[in-house]
Design a protein around this ligand. Sequence first.
Ligand code: UDX
Length: 455
Amino acid sequence: MNVTILGTGYVGLTTGVCLAYLGHKVTCADPVASKIAMLEEGSVPFHEPYLADLLAEARCNLKFTTEYAHTIPGAQVIFIAVGTPPGPNGSPDLKYLQAAARGIGEHIDASFTVVVNKSTVPIGSGNWVGSLVRETFEKRNGKKPRTTFAVASNPEFLREGSAIHDTLYPDRVVIGADEEQTAEVLYTLYRPILDQTFQPPTYLPRPEGVGAVPLISTDLASAELIKYAANAFLALKISYINEIGLLSERVGADISQIAKGIGLDARIGTRFLQSGIGWGGSCFGKDTAALVATAREYGLDMQIVQSARDVNRRQRERVIEKLLGELRILKGRTIGLLGLAFKPHTDDLREAPAIDIAQKLLERGARVKAHDPVAMESFKKHHPDLSDVNCCENPEEVVRDCDAVVLVTEWPQYRDLDWEPLAKTMRTPVILDGRLALDRARLSRAGFRYLGMTC
Ligand code: UDX
């Protein structure tokens, strides 16, 4: 099929490259010329494992452009995958979505086109996009669109760091459309994924047990709400285990054992029960805020989701409390941060706990050193306000002469550091394992005073 993707962020580019890999003819459009130039040369503007490899393999089915006029006419499916950054009152800012919808209305032609909302958008956006496309078309042509077009919602559930895996081997595909004809276009598009009939890339083999992928075919509003409800549920699972962690610390219990003990109940499930500093990233914070804001518009108070947000904020403050409890004074101390990205295998710093923690430490007069395997360039570029943070070449340099080190992001290479000699290079060998990812017994043997978020 002829597919156009508007937006080349994590969602848009991953979707475009995967669909091209499956054999569709895909054009990715983005108004940012520097991004398009990079993509044309085969490089990916952000860190995402295997995305550049898959792009190279699917290159013959891919085009990149900055011009909507080049790609909207003739497209059978147009995905809107533009950013919906958080606005001031918790509701997402929809200016890019609006511009994309207007762009479609300006250039759409006579063939039947399905316009798909892939961005996480407030409930009701499907209808809104439809009316914007129609309105713009009418203004341009002085008449109603002869062309039939329809809007669908197809929320994404991909995680940064495993975006290709999650797209090729999803737990489910959700398609929201108000007419059967619209949904059918998307079944055809996703058929190779739904039936798992494609040849897997050598570097991402099909996981054992992955068979036909369940399809949820529903109305527009339900698909839109599924996305928010899924992310909010995952977020509150994390906040729940972090809240239990607080009590666990008081009573002297072991939170990892508790997570395992409850998670093995199939009704609960083991995933997203990793306690620690809490969630960050572009989705959980934004989507829980949007859900609370939408509910408020309908006169509802989403107390559970709001509490999950409060608990998550409190976890970041606890890092400072833990350090204060140990060092008593933070002024003039040197604190090392291992990891800046909001989670491993990405260079994304949006809502990353490290940013908040660095800010809080600097405000209290501490010196801050930091390292991240891939996010340091992005940190320097996007956080000039934190230029006092000393970015170090390697983790060993961070640890040297520190009064305490905090593991903020559980990159695998930090777990495998040669911790024994490192303890001797610190002023006081204190480590706060913010992700419960390090080997406590080994660190204690190496001479560290080991602190967890819950012990
Ligand atoms: C999330 C959703 O998982 C994905 O389905 C959605 O479409 C986009 O948002 P992402 O933000 O990429 O994906 O990351 P995810 O792996 O979900 O992690 C989010 C945050 O939660 C990270 O900061 C991570 O460190 C934290 N987390 C995750 C925990 O603290 N504990 C856990 O058990 C799991």
